[in-house]
Design a protein around this ligand. Sequence first.
Ligand SMILES: Cc1cc2nc3c(=O)[nH]c(=O)nc-3n(C[C@H](O)[C@H](O)[C@H](O)COP(=O)(O)OP(=O)(O)OC[C@H]3O[C@@H](n4cnc5c(N)ncnc54)[C@H](O)[C@@H]3O)c2cc1C
Length: 512
Amino acid sequence: MTTLAELAAPSYDVLVVGGGATGAGVAWDAARRGLRVALVERGDFGGGTSSTSTKLAHGGVRYLEKAVRSFDLGQLRLVITALRERAGMLRAAPHLAHAQELVIPLRSRWQRFYYGIGLAMYERLAGKRSLGRTRCIDASALARQAPALAKAGYAGGVVFFDGAFDDARFALELALSAESAGAMVRSYTAVEELLRDGRRVVGARVRDVLSGERAELRATHLVNCTGPWADGLRGMARAGAVPRLRPSQGIHVVLERSWWPGELGLLIPKTPDGRVLFALPFEGRLLVGTTDTEVRDPQVPPRASEADLAFVLETFGAAIGRAVPRDAVRASWAGYRPLVAAKGSRKTEALIRDHEVEVWPEEGVLSVLGGKWTTYRAMAEDAVDRLCELRGERRACTTQSAALLRAADPAALRADPALSALPPDLAAHLVRYGSAAPTLARAIAADDHARLLPDQPYTRAELRFALAHEHARTAEDLLDRRLRIGWVDEALRSRLLPLVSSFLLSPDPASR
Ligand SMILES: Cc1cc2nc3c(=O)[nH]c(=O)nc-3n(C[C@H](O)[C@H](O)[C@H](O)COP(=O)(O)OP(=O)(O)OC[C@H]3O[C@@H](n4cnc5c(N)ncnc54)[C@H](O)[C@@H]3O)c2cc1C
C-alpha cells in the first residue's frame, strides 16, 4: 500500500476525489492518457454507492419506455449510449460481467403486445451489440423456465437480455487498473480541506481515516467524483455553490435461491406504486430490489429501513404469488443514487439520469454529477476530455476498447490446470480474480486448501491476497466487498467476523 508520505511526495496534474465507479474510471482514463494522477477515497474502493447497485449493466428498459412515451430524444440517446457501454463492460471484464437473461411475466395479451414490441426495440437499439434474442414465451414455458411463477397465474412472459456484473470487484479492478497505468491510488484517505492560491484550488489536505495521519497533496486540477456527496466538495471549492444533488435511496434484500430457482432474472416493470423491481441470481443467492426514496442528507453508511424491506418483500411476494416472510431475508443493504437536478431546478421531475460534467475554470475544479454504473466509462471519457480542454492539451481517450487489469475469459480460467486441480466450488469461486486466479489457486493449494469454514469456498489465502494486492484494510473490506459474504449472508458474516478480525490483528497479516 502506498504510504501517505509517498502519496504526498509528487505533485499531480489531477487529484481525483472519490474511488467509486466514476472516480476510479476517471483515474484510469486520465492515467492512460499520460496525466500524473492521484486518486483518493475516504473508505474502501467501491465502498460508497458503487457496491450497492442492482449490478445490472443495462440500457434501462424503463428509460426506453419513458423515452418513447414522452418522445424524449435525450432519454433515447442515454439508452443507446448505455447499451453500447453495456457491451464494453462485458468485453473489458468478462470475469466480472456476463449476459443475463431476464423475464417480464405477463397478465394479458395487451401486455404481451406492449412489452414484446418494447423489448424487441430495446434489442434493435443494441444493434450488433445485442446480447441475445428477445422472445415471447407461453405460460407453460414460463413455468418451466421460472418455476417460482408457475402458480402465479401468468399468461406467459417476454424473455430478454441485459448484462449483470460484480459491482464491488469492478470498482476495485478499475482502481487497480488506474494504479497499473501509473496513478497513485489510496483508500481510507479523505479530503478534509482544499489548498488554495487565491480562488484557485491547488491541492487538498487529506487524512488517513484509520490512522488519523495527515498530508497535503498538490495538484493543478481537481476532479470531484464523490457521487451522492458531490455537493459537499462543491461547497468546499466554491462558497455558496447551489446544491445540485437529489440523492434517492435504494435498498436490496437477499433471499435463498429456493425462492426463485433457475438462472433467469425477473423484472417487474411497474409495481403497484409505479416502481421497478428486479430479482437476480447473485453469489448463489437471490438479490431482490429496489426502492427509490428521496433522501435529504445521505448518511454513511445508508441503512435499509423496515418499511423499505417490507415493500420489497411484499412486491416480490405479489409477483410470485407467495408471501415472503421477514425471516427469509439473509442480508439487506442500501445505497444512494447520485441523481442530479437539471441546472437551475430543484424540482424532482427535473432530475436527470444522465451525467453532467460541471467545469469551474477559475477554481480548476470539475465535478462529475449523476450518471449510472453502466455509463461510468463514457462519463470518465467526457470528464477527462473536459479536463484536457481546460489544460489546453490534446490527449486522446484510450479506454473505448481497453480491458481491465485482470481481464480473462472465464472458460479459459476454468480449464487452467491450477484451477482445475482444486475442488470445483473453490475453482468456480476463483473466476472473479481473472488473470490473478491461477496464482491464487496455487497459493490455496500450497496452504492445504485452508478454508475459513469447512463448507464454504472462502480461503485464508484470499484474505492474504486481498491485503497484499487489493487495498483491503478492514474486516468489512474483506467480508463485504472482497469475499462478498456480508452482503449475501449476514449470519455467516457474524460467524466469520471474529476469525477475520483476529487475522487482521496478527503482526503481518498479508504474509500469514
Ligand atoms: C440501489 C441502487 C441500484 C442501482 N443499480 C444500478 C444498476 O443496476 N446499474 C447501473 O448502471 N447503475 C445502478 N445504480 C447507479 C450506480 O450505482 C451509481 O450511479 C454509481 O455507482 C455511482 O458511482 P460514483 O462513483 O459516482 O459514486 P460512489 O460509488 O458513491 O463513489 C463516491 C465516493 O466518494 C467518496 N467520497 C465522498 N467524499 C469524499 C471525500 N471528502 N474524500 C474522499 N472520498 C470521498 C465516497 O466514500 C464514495 O466511495 C444504482 C444505484 C443504487 C443506489
